[in-house]
Design a binder for this molecule. Structure first.
Ligand code: CTP
Length: 221
C-alpha cells in the first residue's frame, strides 16, 4: 500500500552527445507534479525528483525538490534517497539508451555523416524494486500500444517485481487527459478514462493507499 514518505520521479532525461547536444524526450513532468501536489495536499511528506522540464515547476513549499538531468544523475539520487522513503512512484520518462561516449567539446559537421553508438541505460525502476524492503511500495509506469496494454503491463509488473503499474496507451501520448489501466499485484485491474492530470493524481493516490478488501463494495472498480 502507498504510504508516506513518498518519492516521485518525473520529467525526461537528457543524455549528452557532446557539450551542446543531447538525446531527450517530450515528457513534460506534469503528471509527476500533479502527484506531488496531491500528496502534499494530504499532508504527506513528499520528495519530487524532477528532470529537465522546460516550464518552471510550481511545487508546493512543503515538497522537497531534487533536480536531475541524466539517467546517471537520477540513479545517484535514487541510491541516496530511496532508502529513506516508504513509497516510490516512478513517473519519469527515463531514456532506454544513451550515447556510449560523450564527446568533449562540440562535434564538427562532417559530410561523411555521423553514427552514434548507444548503450542501454540501467533499469532504475527494477533496481529500486529489487532493493526494496518488505515495508516499501513501488509503482511503475508503462506506455504501451492499446491492443497489448494489459498483457504488456502485466508482464512488466511481474518482470520488475512491482507492487503496481500504471499503463497508458501510446495513442494518448501528449493528451491533456489521461486514460490508464492500473494493475496491482493480487488485485483487480482498474480502468480510468479521460481524467485531467490533477484528477488522475488524486484518483491514483486514493486507489493505491487503500486495498480492495478495505474498500466498501459500492466503492469498488
Ligand atoms: N524506467 C527505468 N529505467 C529505465 C527505463 C525506464 O526505471 N532505464 C522506468 C520508467 O520510469 C517507467 C518504467 O520503467 O516507470 C517503464 O518504462 P518503459 O520505457 O515503458 O519500459 P521499459 O522497461 O523500458 O520496457 P520496454 O521499452 O520494453 O517497453
Amino acid at each position: 500500500m502507498l504510504t508516506p514518505p513518498l518519492l516521485i520521479t518525473a520529467g525526461p532525461t537528457f543524455e549528452d552527445i557532446d557539450d551542446v547536444r543531447f538525446l531527450g524526450n517530450r515528457s513534460s513532468g506534469r503528471l509527476g507534479l500533479a502527484l506531488a501536489r496531491a500528496a502534499a495536499h494530504r499532508g504527506w511528506e513528499t520528495t519530487l525528483a524532477l528532470g529537465p522540464v522546460f516550464a518552471p515547476p510550481k511545487v508546493p513549499s512543503s515538497v522537497r525538490l531534487l533536480r536531475f538531468r541524466s539517467t546517471a544523475d537520477l540513479q545517484r539520487l535514487l541510491d541516496e534517497h530511496w532508502p529513506r522513503h516508504n513509497s516510490l512512484v516512478m513517473a519519469a520518462a527515463i531514456a532506454d539508451y544513451r550515447p556510449a561516449n560523450t564527446h568533449i567539446g562540440k562535434l564538427r559537421r562532417d559530410d561523411a555523416g555521423l553514427t552514434l553508438k548507444l548503450e542501454p541505460t540501467p533499469d532504475l525502476l527494477a533496481a529500486c524494486s529489487q532493493a526494496k524492503r518488505p515495508d516499501q511500495y513501488v509503482v511503475g509506469f508503462a506506455l504501451e500500444p492499446a491492443d497489448r496494454l494489459l498483457e504488456s503491463a502485466q508482464a512488466k509488473l511481474i518482470r520488475k517485481g512491482l507492487d503496481a503499474i500504471v499503463a497508458n496507451p501510446l495513442e494518448t501520448m501528449d493528451a491533456d487527459e489521461i486514460t490508464a489501466v492500473v494493475l496491482r499485484t493480487g488485485e483487480n485491474p482498474i480502468h480510468i478514462e479521460e481524467l485531467s492530470k490533477d484528477a488522475f493524481a488524486e484518483r491514483l493516490l486514493s486507489l493505491l493507499s487503500i486495498t480492495d478488501s478495505q474498500r466498501s463494495p459500492a466503492g469498488r472498480g
